[in-house]
Design a protein around this ligand. Sequence first.
Ligand code: GLY
Ligand code: MN
Ligand code: MN
Length: 443
Amino acid sequence: MIIAPYLNRRKRLLAHMRNSNGGIAIVANASQVMRNSDSDYPYRHDSSFYYLSGFTEPCSMLVLLSGDTEKSILFCQEKDLEREIWDGYRYGPQAAQEQFGFDEAHDIAKLDELMPKLLANQPAVWSCVGNSLADKQLAKWLNSLRKLSRKGELVPETVHNLCSVVDEMRLIKDAHEISIMRRAARISAGAHVRAMQVCKPGLREYQLEAELLHEFRKNAAEGPAYTTIVGTGANSCVLHYRAGNAQIQEGDMVLIDAGCELEGYASDITRSFPASGKFSGPQKAIYEIVLAAQADCINHIAPGRRFKDYHHAAKNTLARGLIDIGLLKGTVEGVIESGALGQFYMHGAGHWLGMDVHDAGLYTDRNATWVEGKERLSRILQQNMVLTIEPGLYIRPAVNIDREWWHIGVRIEDDAVVTEEGCELMSRYCPVEVDRIEGLMRH
Ligand code: GLY
Ligand code: MN
Ligand code: MN
């Protein structure tokens, strides 16, 4: 059990609180959600709770006290040998305190009794404002504390939004996180290779999905980080399609967007390839445009660049390519400004990646001056941010498009960490070049 990164994050958060007049931070874990009688949805911890605690059991909460004696306190389920026969091992407060490095740990059943006392006389509360369960609990404890105030206790006067502080911390990954994310990306890339090699006309989308899931679990990943997309033919043009039961036909493009979650970290990879293992002329033309756009994106990612720079690069290269092959008419600027490009490319070129597939952290630059009516500038990239690079083109049937182009959906998505000079692609164990994909599918 590695606890140093979690201790270090709590220390950094406490230092931030100290510099803003201190207070008490409350970080709730996610709730268990019932699926139907006696069955829960698979439990997944809250990302920020885990980021600060390293603890994954449900029914738990983290409290940090800033002030003369800084403290991290865990609330968790008490040991219960009877329940453990059904649900498995639980740490209980004593073992959790020792093994995860908390200063105190208590039975979660004591939360309502202890929280008003912990809140008393604190100058401020740091809580994820907008989390309805956390808001409700906080209101309850503050009301209890108001009663205690008759005995001279003070009620905190300020509430800070803890999420915005923790989200900023999560945006810059530490070495521990990057090493897990490299492994997650490697497993997912291997799963894409497997799916490509297995793919042949006649199989169904869910059979390729099964290959991906098999590879994830076989390599110790918890499971998929998001719902797996496997779309063949027309389905390759449906952005959030879920692997269904369509049968793969000779001549189809197949688009797979799938990534595993490993040790709480997501990967997010898309590959697009011909069902038969050989790109047709139109498929290759579209594919090469997206690949060129992705290469341009990669060249626009480095410390000092803005987040949106690579999004603009993607649009420019996609527009240029579509004009060159005759699917769009006019100039690059013209088809972007008029919205004509939006017929074929309607999403962004990437997002932060981390514990969540669309990870925490603002995309806008807080420090940039804002001009009314103009979009706020996006933030400047820094080393150790992790993001996806995922341009695409989707050619749906339309009166202005010749049939030979219909149902070609291509997205190429890789995961990258910003380095000192540029970025490192973590997911390229699965190739992207036309000849390498065709070579892979021959074997
Ligand atoms: N798989 C979700 C995304 O690419 O954003
Ligand atoms: Mn993505
Ligand atoms: Mn994706």
